[in-house]
Structures are given as structure tokens and as C-alpha cells.
Design a binder for this molecule. Structure first.
Ligand code: PGA
Length: 240
């Protein structure tokens, strides 16, 4: 793992966006994926600015979202789809070659799962997978105990995620499941970038980076990835 310690959130966001851009320059026709959430907000904005300023050309690059709350569409506040739409896609003055944003409100969620696998098979494997880390060590909705061999899947939300989720949409929605890229697809990415900020992430980040590789801390699987960057601010990196 390449550990990159940044002085604050802004530097973490900029550094992560720069690594994504470097990879796209090497392989302009690859497939990339960003997470939703609080952590990636700054990175996504910096990345969109880089595209708009002509610093990176995404005209041949495809984009796929990482995960979604089952039941939420990309019009619902707090959904990963809306995050993607508002913070990335609508900001871009030069679009991706193609995008696939998971629809958690699809009537047939199984077909949505298959469509996610199909998109990654068609344009992948992922060139760059950017990930946040949950308070329980989840990656996307690969929750504690997840099977590392899965591709896209639908999974019950863990207790920790059920507690944390109100920060995204209050009491308005009560999802119980997530739909997510699987660990197998994440581990097949040529470059993985795990981003984390804030003292509240220090303990779980330490477990992911230095603890045993176990599906009880899904992010620990990244210790086995040949090209994984951990880009963290000083507070999140304090115990590394
Ligand atoms: P956060 O979520 O970026 O909002 O902290 C991270 C995650 O749960 O993956």
C-alpha cells in the first residue's frame, strides 16, 4: 500500500484527484469509479475542475458508480446517484464517453445488479477505483462478513451503516439493503485509491491498513492489492 498523508481535507482531495488524472493520462480509454459520501465531495469537485480546465481528457473514459441504497433513485436526496449527478456529471463541460449510474429504485433490482456487472465487463476491468471507508470498514456496500469473491450484489446494510445513514437523508428514507460493486471487481482495478479524512476514521483506517486481512473489516482486503494508494488527512492517518 502506498500511504499518502495529507495535511488536510483539501490536500487529500487534490492529491486523490491528481492520481486519478495521472491514470487517465496513461490509459485514456479506461473505466473509472468514484464513491458517494462526504469524503469524496472535494475530490470530485477538484476532478471536475481539472476536466473543465483541460488538464485531463475524459472523452474516451467510461464512468460507473460504486453503489446505491436500494429503494433510492438518483433524484432522491442522499442517494449516490444524486451525488454523482450534482457533484460530477452536471459540472463537467466535457462529458465522459459513457456513464452507468446505478438506479437503486429500479423495479427489478436483480436486473439492475446484472446491468452493473455487464457494464463493468464491457468497459472494464476498472482502471481506477476510488473508495471511501465506512466506520465499519466497508467499501461501497461490501459490509462486514461480505464474500470477497462476489461481483455486483445486493446486501443487507450493517448495523453501523444503518446508524450512520441518517446523516445523508435524515429520517426520510429507511433503506435496509445496498447494491454495490463487489470486492472482486474492486480488486481487479489496476489502481485503487482509498480516501479518508477526520479523526473519526483513524481507528478503522488503522485496522484496514495494519490489521489482519478479514472480511470483518472489508477494507483490509486492499492490503492484498498490488497498487493501492491510501490518501488520508493527518487526522485519519494519525494511527498508521
Ligand atoms: P463518508 O462515507 O464518506 O460519508 O464518511 C464513507 C463510506 O461509508 O464509505
Amino acid at each position: 500500500m502506498h500511504i499518502v498523508v495529507c495535511k488536510d481535507y483539501e490536500e487529500m482531495s487534490r492529491r486523490a484527484a491528481e492520481i486519478v488524472a495521472e491514470q487517465i493520462k496513461k490509459r485514456p480509454d479506461g473505466l473509472i469509479s468514484f464513491p458517494g459520501g462526504d469524503t469524496p465531495l472535494g475530490m470530485v469537485h477538484v476532478f471536475a475542475d481539472m476536466v473543465n480546465e483541460g488538464k485531463v481528457d475524459i472523452s474516451r473514459t467510461h464512468y460507473v458508480s460504486l453503489d446505491e441504497w436500494v429503494g433510492l433513485s438518483n433524484e432522491d436526496e442522499g442517494s449516490c446517484g444524486l451525488f454523482n449527478q450534482q457533484n460530477l456529471l452536471s459540472r463537467l463541460q466535457h462529458p465522459f464517453a459513457g456513464t452507468h449510474i446505478i438506479n437503486g429504485a429500479a423495479e427489478d433490482i436483480e436486473s439492475e445488479r446484472v446491468a452493473l456487472n455487464d457494464y463493468i465487463s464491457q468497459y472494464g476491468p476498472l482502471d481506477v477505483s476510488v473508495l471511501g471507508i465506512g466506520m465499519n470498514g466497508h467499501l461501497g456496500f461490501n459490509e462486514n462478513g461480505v464474500d470477497f469473491d462476489l461481483d455486483a450484489h445486493i446486501i443487507p446494510l450493517s448495523e453501523t451503516t444503518l446508524k450512520v445513514m441518517t446523516k445523508y437523508f435524515g429520517e426520510k428514507f429507511h433503506p435496509t439493503q445496498g447494491i454495490s460493486q463487489g470486492i472482486r471487481q474492486i480488486m481487479a482495478a489496476k489502481t485503487v485509491i482509498l480516501i479518508a479524512n477526520g479523526a473519526h476514521k483513524a481507528e478503522i483506517l488503522k485496522k484496514a491498513v495494519h490489521g489482519p486481512v478479514t472480511n470483518e473489516v472489508p477494507a483490509s482486503v486492499l492490503q492484498n492489492h498490488p497498487n493501492c494508494y491510501v490518501v488520508a488527512d493527518e487526522a485519519a492517518a494519525a494511527l498508521l
